[in-house]
Design a protein around this ligand. Sequence first.
Ligand code: DX5
Ligand code: ZN
Length: 229
Amino acid sequence: MRYILAPSLLAADFNILGQQIRETEEAGAEYLHIDVMDGIFVPSISFGMPLITSIRKTSRQFFDVHLMIADPVRYIREFADCGADGITFHLEAVEDADKVIAHIHKAGARASISIKPGTPVEEVYPYLSKVEMVLIMSVEPGFGGQPFMPEAYERIRQLRNYLDEKGLPVKIEVDGGLGKKNVRDVIAAGADVCVAGSAVFKKRSISENVSQFMKAFREMEELHRESFE
Ligand code: DX5
Ligand code: ZN
């Protein structure tokens, strides 16, 4: 499977969290997107290590931990130890991104760097030979359920073109406001990993919602294959 769905836990019902996570996994979501907020880098506070330690026991998914926290280097080892497979930090939250990337790799996780909608895409270029993924925010980080910002399409395309030109094997993840209406366009622009909170947890059934993403992924894979034939 070429494209990956990363359901964002922020939109889940925490009363029945384990069950909801299992539903996403069984329906085909390979990643689980875990938004950590500190009330400083972003206005809201979400959850942290104890939650990750606990859900690690129920899921074999790739734990894609999105740190929306100031000075993330302080906590990298702890997040890796409690079960993060990949750790994303914000370029805007650090002074020395190289140091953060090195810490993530040293802790045994995959490194990813994220930029907010107002940060020029070129600012991640110096790190592309060192990270496994770049997360392009398609909303201002801090809250789930916001509308997708269409300016993100051009930003995804710009990064995709640059990565292809340089032959760099870096995944592009897109986060914020994704759903069945725009997921095909997001992929066509160049995304590999699609984060979705509300569109997975807030409507109908989780397995139906995940299946719709899987269907869109299969269609886009088919299109991609045809365009190379
Ligand atoms: C926003 C978070 C997102 C959010 C996505 O700061 O990074 O992961 O949960 O939620 P939806 O899909 O509802 O926009
Ligand atoms: Zn996120």
